[in-house]
Design a protein around this ligand. Structure first.
Ligand code: CA
Length: 281
C-alpha cells in the first residue's frame, strides 16, 4: 500500500525541484527527488509514495511515459506540472494517468492546496486498492468530499452515503448507486459503468462525474467544481485561479473521452457556455 507520508518529485530543473521539496517537506512529507524520468520511476518503485509531482518535460522520457510506467505498479496521486499554460491544451483528450495538473510557475500555496485536497479525497477502491484500505481510512479524512454535494443539490443519497462512511468507516455497503442514461455510479466502491462496461476513471474524474451526477440539472460552475475537488463544501473564499478552472476543462475533456460523450450532442455532460457544466436529463 502507498505510504501516506512519502512523496516523490520528478523534475529536471534544480531550482523547481528544491522549491517543491521545501513545500512538501513543510507539508510533512518525506521527500525523494529524481531529475530524470527513468530515475523517477525507480524512486516511485523504491519508496512507494502517496504523491508524485511529475514534470512534463524531462531530459530522457517525457512525463506522459513516466506516468504510464508508474501506473503499472503504483496508485500514487500524480500531479503533472506543465511548463506553459498552452501545454494544457495538449493534455486534453490524452490518457495521462495523472490525477491533477498544475502550470508552472505556481505559487507554493497552490501546490499545497492541490495536494491537501487530494489527500482529503478517498483513495481506495475503483483504483486497485483493497477494500481493507477503505476501512482503514479515517472517516474524518474521507467524509468531507463525500458530503460535498453542496448547498446547490444536497441529495438524500449523498447524505446517506456520507453517514454510512462515518459510522462504519466503509461506505461500500451503505451507498446507493446512481443511474443516469445507462451510466451507473457507485460512490461506495468508486466505480463507474456505462451500459455495463466499467470505466477506468482517475480519482479526479470520478469525483467530477460524481459532483455532476449529484447536481442533476443544476449547473456546476468551474469554480464550484474546483472547490468540490478541494473538498470544500461551499464557497469559503479560497483563491481560485484561471489555471484551476482550466484544469477542470482538461479533466472534463478526459472524462468525456472515456465516457464516449460527444460535447456537441452530449449524452451526459453538457457545457453551459461561459458558466460550467451540467448533466443532460
Ligand atoms: Ca523540465
Amino acid at each position: 500500500m502507498d505510504n501516506p507520508r512519502v512523496a516523490v518529485i520528478v523534475e529536471d530543473d534544480q531550482d523547481i525541484r528544491e522549491l517543491i521539496s521545501v513545500i512538501l517537506n513543510q507539508s510533512g512529507f518525506e521527500v525523494h527527488a529524481a531529475s530524470t524520468g527513468a530515475t523517477g520511476v525507480e524512486a516511485v518503485r523504491l519508496n512507494n509514495p502517496a504523491v508524485v509531482t511529475l514534470d512534463l518535460g524531462l531530459p530522457d522520457i517525457d512525463g506522459f511515459e513516466v506516468a504510464r510506467q508508474i501506473r503499472l505498479f503504483s496508485d500514487a496521486y500524480i500531479i503533472m506540472l506543465t511548463g506553459r499554460a498552452d501545454e494544457m491544451d495538449t493534455l486534453m483528450g490524452l490518457e495521462t494517468g495523472a490525477d491533477d495538473y498544475l502550470t508552472k510557475p505556481f505559487r507554493p500555496r497552490e501546490l499545497r492546496a492541490r495536494i491537501s485536497a487530494m489527500m482529503r479525497r478517498p483513495r481506495f477502491a475503483g483504483d486497485g486498492l483493497p477494500a481493507a484500505a477503505a476501512a482503514a481510512a479515517p472517516p474524518a479524512v474521507t467524509a468531507p468530499s463525500e458530503s460535498t454535494s453542496g448547498p446547490a443539490s444536497g441529495t438524500s443519497e449523498g447524505a446517506a452515503s456520507s453517514q454510512g462512511m462515518n459510522s462504519t468507516g466503509n461506505g461500500a455497503s451503505a451507498s446507493i448507486p446512481k443511474a443516469v442514461n445507462g451510466l451507473v455510479l457507485n460512490s461506495g466502491d468508486r466505480t463507474a459503468e456505462v451500459d455495463g462496461t466499467e470505466l477506468e476513471l482517475t480519482r479526479t474524474e470520478f469525483d467530477l462525474l460524481h459532483a455532476l451526477v449529484d447536481s442533476g440539472k443544476q449547473v456546476r460552475t468551474k469554480s464550484d467544481l474546483v472547490r468540490r475537488l478541494r473538498g470544500e463544501e461551499y464557497d469559503v473564499g479560497s483563491y481560485i485561479s484561471d489555471a484551476d478552472e482550466r484544469t477542470i476543462e482538461v479533466h472534463v475533456a478526459n472524462l468525456r473521452r472515456k465516457l464516449g460523450d460527444n460535447p456537441r450532442e452530449p449524452r451526459w455532460i453538457k457545457t453551459v457556455r461561459g458558466v460550467g457544466y451540467r448533466l443532460v436529463h
